[in-house]
Design a protein around this ligand. Structure first.
Ligand SMILES: NC(=O)c1ccc[n+]([C@@H]2O[C@H](COP(=O)([O-])OP(=O)(O)OC[C@H]3O[C@@H](n4cnc5c(N)ncnc54)[C@H](O)[C@@H]3O)[C@@H](O)[C@H]2O)c1
Ligand SMILES: [Zn+2]
Length: 356
C-alpha cells in the first residue's frame, strides 16, 4: 500500500493499493472521531451493485452502523435535488457531528458527498473511496466539492477536504476502457504540468489497464496534485495550472452537448494548446510530439470535430473568463506549464493555430 500525505487546511492520507475495500473499516477507524458510530455510504446504482456490499461488511466488522444513500448514475444527479434528498436522509437517520459520510464512486459521487459533508450540521467528516481513475487521480484529492446548477456545471460548492482517500486499484477491473482513458487524460495532464518523466514511463509500458500502469499514473498524478493544492488550496494562483487543456476541453464538451466526455475533451484540448503554443513560439521546446505519442499509445481519439469559431464562442461563455482577457495554461517545456493571460480577441487565432 502506498501513502501520500496531503497537508492542506486539513492533513490527510491518500492510500493506494490492492485489496483495500475489504480492509476499509480498519483503515478508516483511526481518522474518524472516537465517538463516530454511524456512517452513511453514498454511491450510485452501478457502484452500489459492484462494491457497497464489501465496503459495508468491512465497516460493520469494524464496529460501525451503516446506512446507505443511492442515486442514479450520471451528471444529472449532481444536483440541488439530490443534495437536498441526501441532507434530509442524513437528518432522518440522525447522523451526528461525530459521524461521517463515505463517498463510494466516481467524481459525481465524490463531489456531491463532499458538499453534503461540508454543509450537514455545518460540516462533518467524509472519506473518499474513488472507484474511477478520474476520481482517484483528480477529483477525490484537493477538497473541491459541489453540484451543478441549471446555469452550468459546478456552480455551487465548497472547499472541504476529506479525512482520508482510499483508492483500491482492484475496482479498476470493472471500469470500461473509455472511463480509464478519462482518468489517464488527467494523469497525462499532471505530467505535462510538472513531471516529464511520466512521458518516458508511458513510452515503456504496454497497457493502460495493467495494475502497474494504473498504480504508477495515479501515484504520480496524486503527488503532483498534492504539490499544487498545498501551494494554492483555494485556487487563486498556481492551482490554475491544473486547467491545462481545460479551456478548449470545456469548449469541446459544450459543443458536443457533453457527448464527448471530460477526459477525452481535455486530451484534445491539450493537443490543441500544445500545437498552438509551438506554432506561436510560446514553447521553448516541442511538447506536442511527446504529448501526442503518449495519448496515441493509449488510443485516445484526438480528431476535434469543431471549428476554431465554434470552440472560441463556447470558451468565451466559460465562467472562468475575467473581463477582456482569458488565462491559458501554456506548456513552456514538457513538465513545465505557465499561466498566460491573452486578450479574448486573440483566442480565435490561438485555437486556429492549434487545429491546423
Ligand atoms: N472535485 C474536483 O476537483 C473534480 C475534478 C475533476 C472532475 N470532477 C467532477 O467529476 C465528475 C466526473 O467524474 P467521473 O468521470 O468519475 O464520473 P462518474 O462519477 O459519473 O463515474 C462514471 C461512471 O462510471 C461508473 N463507475 C464508477 N466506478 C465504477 C467501477 N469501478 N466500475 C464500473 N463502473 C463504475 C459510474 O456509475 C458512472 O456511470 C464530474 O462531475 C466532474 O465535474 C471534480
Ligand atoms: Zn479535468
Amino acid at each position: 500500500m502506498e501513502k501520500i500525505l496531503i497537508t492542506a487546511s486539513k492533513t490527510y492520507e491518500v492510500l493506494t493499493g490492492e485489496g483495500l475495500l475489504p480492509r476499509a473499516g480498519r483503515l478508516i477507524r483511526p481518522v474518524l472521531s472516537e465517538k463516530a458510530q454511524k456512517l452513511c455510504i453514498v454511491t450510485d446504482d452501478t457502484v452500489d451493485r459492484l462494491y457497497s456490499g464489501v465496503l459495508s461488511d468491512s465497516l460493520t466488522d469494524a464496529g460501525y452502523e451503516t446506512v446507505k444513500f443511492v442515486f442514479p448514475p450520471g451528471e444529472a444527479s449532481k444536483s440541488l435535488d439530490t443534495l437536498s434528498e441526501l441532507l434530509e436522509f442524513l437528518a432522518d437517520h440522525q447522523l451526528t457531528r461525530s459521524d461521517a459520510l463515505i463517498a463510494l464512486g466516481g467524481g459525481i459521487v465524490g463531489d456531491l458527498t463532499g458538499f453534503a459533508a461540508a454543509s450537514y450540521l455545518r460540516g462533518i467528516d467524509f472519506v473518499q473511496v474513488p472507484t474511477t481513475l478520474l476520481a482517484a487521480v483528480d477529483s477525490s484529492v484537493g477538497g473541491k466539492t459541489g453540484i451543478n446548477l441549471k446555469a452550468g456545471k459546478n456552480l455551487a460548492g465548497a472547499f472541504w477536504q476529506p479525512s482520508l482517500v482510499l483508492f483500491d486499484i482492484d475496482t479498476m477491473k470493472t471500469l470500461s476502457y473509455d472511463l480509464l482513458l478519462d482518468g489517464a487524460a488527467e494523469a497525462i495532464k499532471a505530467g505535462a504540468i510538472a513531471d516529464r518523466e511520466l512521458f518516458s514511463y508511458i513510452d515503456r509500458v504496454d497497457r493502460l489497464d495493467a495494475p502497474e500502469t494504473i498504480r504508477y499514473l495515479s501515484s504520480r498524478a496524486i503527488e503532483i496534485k498534492r504539490q499544487v493544492v498545498e501551494a494554492d488550496e483555494r485556487d487563486t494562483g498556481v492551482r490554475q495550472l491544473l486547467n491545462f487543456g481545460h479551456t478548449v476541453g470545456h469548449a469541446i464538451e459544450k459543443c458536443s452537448d457533453f457527448s464527448i466526455s471530460h477526459g477525452h475533451a481535455v486530451a484534445m484540448g491539450m493537443v490543441i494548446c500544445a500545437r498552438a503554443a509551438l506554432a506561436l513560439g510560446w514553447s521553448q521546446e516541442d511538447c506536442l510530439s511527446p504529448l501526442l505519442a503518449s495519448l496515441e499509445k493509449f488510443s485516445f481519439p484526438l480528431a476535434c470535430p469543431y471549428s476554431a469559431e465554434e470552440l472560441c464562442n463556447a470558451a468565451l461563455k466559460d465562467k472562468k473568463r475575467m473581463g477582456d482577457t482569458i488565462t491559458l495554461v501554456i506548456p513552456a517545456a514538457l513538465g513545465d506549464c505557465r499561466l498566460k493571460k491573452i486578450p479574448i480577441s486573440q483566442l480565435n487565432e490561438f485555437i486556429k493555430a492549434g487545429l491546423s
